[in-house]
Design a binder for this molecule. Structure first.
Ligand SMILES: Cc1cc2nc3c(=O)[nH]c(=O)nc-3n(C[C@H](O)[C@H](O)[C@H](O)COP(=O)(O)OP(=O)(O)OC[C@H]3O[C@@H](n4cnc5c(N)ncnc54)[C@H](O)[C@@H]3O)c2cc1C
Length: 388
C-alpha cells in the first residue's frame, strides 16, 4: 500500500473546499434522509436545486468523462471529493444510484442516443433512477429472476414483480433486469431495459422499514409496453450489464470509513460525557473502554482497507475482493457500534439518531450483497476454497 495525495489533488481540494465554503448553507446541511425519501417534500426539491448547483460547477459527477459532463477525475480527486463533501456536511448528489451505478452501465453499453438522452438528467438530478434487480425469489441468487419481457413489434411487454426497490417511489426511471429467454441457462436469457416508470401498468407499493421510513418498494409490472430501443446492451446479455452496475456499486466502498469513523468519534464523545451514576463517566469503565477501543480499531481497520483499495487502483490493479472485505467490516462494525451505543447510553440509545441507527444497522449486512455471500466470495477468491 503506498500513496500520498499528489499536489494536483491538494490543489483540487483547496478549489473544492473554497467552493463548498461559499455555497453550503445550514439549510443545505439540514437536508437529510427524510428530504431524499419524500417525493412531496419541499426538501426533495431543495436537494434537486443543490444537485443542480453541484452540476453547474462540475462537481456532481467528477469521475465521469468530460464528454458526458464530468471532469474525468482520477482516483485521488475522487477521494478528495468524498472527504471534502463529508467535511462540509452537505448532502451529495440526489441520484445515489444513478450517478455511481446506472450511469457507468449506460456509458459502457448504451447507444449514443441513450447516452445523450439520459446522462444529463442523471447528472443534474432532473431524473432520479432506481435499480429493479431483486425479486421475491431472486436476491442473492439474482440470476433466478423471473420478471419477463416478450417482444411485440417495436415494444417489449413486461410482466412480473420486483422487491426492495430503493427510491422507486421517488424515481422516474428504473434500470430493470428481465428474463427474455426462459429456455436459456439462467445467467443468459436476461436483458436490461431502461424503463420510465410512468408507463401504464407500473404499480409501486411502499415497503416501510423498521425505522418507520419509506425507503424501498415493491414494483409490479402488468403488461407494461416499453419501446425496444430502451434496451441497454445486447438482448439476453443483461447479466453483463448488471455486473457492470454492481461492480461500480461495490467500488463505492472506499468512502465507507468516512461516516463510520465520524460516528465512532461521536460515540467516544458521548462516553466522555455520560455519567454511570457511580461518580464515573462511561468512558472510565474498563469493560466499556474495551468495547469502545474495539469499535475504534475496526473503524480504523476499514480506513486501511480503503487505502489499500485506492493504492491498488493507483497501481492499475482493479478492485477485487477488497470490495467484499470492506463491505463486511463496514456492515459488521456499524452493527457493533450500535450495540456499544446501547451499552454507553442505556435506554437513550433507543431514541433519536442513535435509535434510528440501531435498527437501520440491521439492514447493512443484507443490502448490496449479504454477509454470507460476501464470505463465500472471500472463501473462493482469497482463500481458494472449493465452491461447494
Ligand atoms: C436497505 C436495502 C436496500 C436494497 N435496495 C435494493 C435495490 O434498490 N434494488 C434491488 O434490486 N434490491 C435491493 N435490495 C435487495 C438486496 O439486494 C437483497 O436483499 C439481497 O441481495 C439479499 O437477497 P434476499 O433478501 O432475497 O435474501 P436471500 O438471498 O433469500 O438470502 C436469505 C439468507 O440466505 C443467505 N444465503 C443466500 N444465498 C446463500 C449462499 N449461497 N450461501 C450462504 N448463505 C446464503 C443470505 O446471506 C441470507 O442470510 C436492498 C436490500 C436492502 C436491505
Amino acid at each position: 500500500m503506498d500513496f500520498t495525495y499528489p499536489a494536483e489533488a491538494e490543489a483540487f481540494r483547496s478549489e473544492l473546499r473554497g467552493w463548498l465554503d461559499a455555497h453550503v448553507t445550514d439549510d443545505i446541511r439540514s437536508l437529510g434522509m427524510a428530504a431524499r425519501l419524500d417525493p412531496r417534500s419541499a426538501g426533495l426539491e431543495r436537494l434537486r436545486d443543490w444537485n443542480r448547483e453541484l452540476a453547474d460547477a462540475d462537481y456532481a459527477a467528477i469521475s465521469w468523462p468530460a464528454e458526458y459532463g464530468g471532469r474525468g477525475a482520477g482516483v485521488m480527486d475522487q477521494v478528495v471529493w468524498n472527504e471534502e463533501l463529508h467535511r462540509s456536511g452537505a448532502p451529495g448528489p440526489i441520484n445515489v444510484l444513478g450517478i455511481p451505478n446506472v450511469a457507468p452501465a449506460i456509458m459502457t453499453y448504451g447507444t449514443e442516443t441513450q447516452k445523450k438522452a439520459l446522462l444529463p438528467g442523471i447528472r443534474r438530478g432532473d431524473d432520479i433512477w432506481c435499480q429493479g434487480f431483486s425479486e421475491p425469489d431472486a436476491g442473492s441468487d439474482l440470476a433466478s429472476l423471473r420478471t419477463s419481457a416478450t417482444r411485440d413489434g417495436d415494444d417489449w411487454v413486461i410482466t412480473g414483480q420486483k422487491i426492495w426497490t430503493t427510491l422507486a417511489h421517488v424515481a422516474n426511471w428504473c434500470e430493470l433486469l428481465v428474463r427474455t429467454d426462459p429456455a436459456a441457462p439462467k445467467h443468459r436469457g436476461i436483458t436490461c431495459i431502461l424503463v420510465d416508470l410512468d408507463r401504464p401498468g407500473v404499480e409501486i407499493r411502499p415497503l416501510v422499514t423498521i425505522t418507520g421510513e419509506h425507503e424501498f418498494n415493491e414494483v409490479f409490472f402488468d403488461e407494461v409496453r416499453v419501446p425496444f430501443d430502451q434496451t441497454l446492451g445486447p438482448v439476453n446479455e443483461g447479466w453483463r450489464v448488471a455486473m457492470t452496475t454492481l461492480a461500480h456499486e461495490r467500488g463505492g466502498v472506499a468512502k465507507l470509513h468516512l461516516g463510520l469513523r465520524a460516528k465512532v468519534g461521536r460515540l467516544l464523545d458521548e462516553a466522555r460525557r455520560t455519567p454511570l451514576g457511580d461518580g464515573r463517566m462511561a468512558s472510565e469503565d474498563p469493560a466499556l473502554r474495551a468495547r469502545l477501543a474495539r469499535a475504534y480499531l475496526q473503524a480504523e481497520l476499514l480506513k486501511l482497507i480503503s487505502d489499500r483499495a485506492i493504492s491498488g487502483e493507483l497501481h492499475g490493479r482493479p478492485l477485487g475482493p477488497e470490495g467484499s472485505i470492506a463491505k463486511l467490516v463496514w456492515s459488521e462494525t456499524e452493527q457493533y457500534v450500535a450495540e456499544v451505543a446501547g451499552d454507553v447510553l442505556g435506554p437513550d440509545a433507543n431514541t433519536g439518531e442513535w435509535g434510528r441507527d440501531r435498527v437501520m444497522a440491521r439492514s447493512h449486512t443484507i443490502a448490496g450483497g449479504t454477509t454470507q455471500v460476501n464470505k463465500n466470495i472471500l472463501a473462493t477468491r482469497i482463500l481458494g476454497l472449493p465452491r461447494a
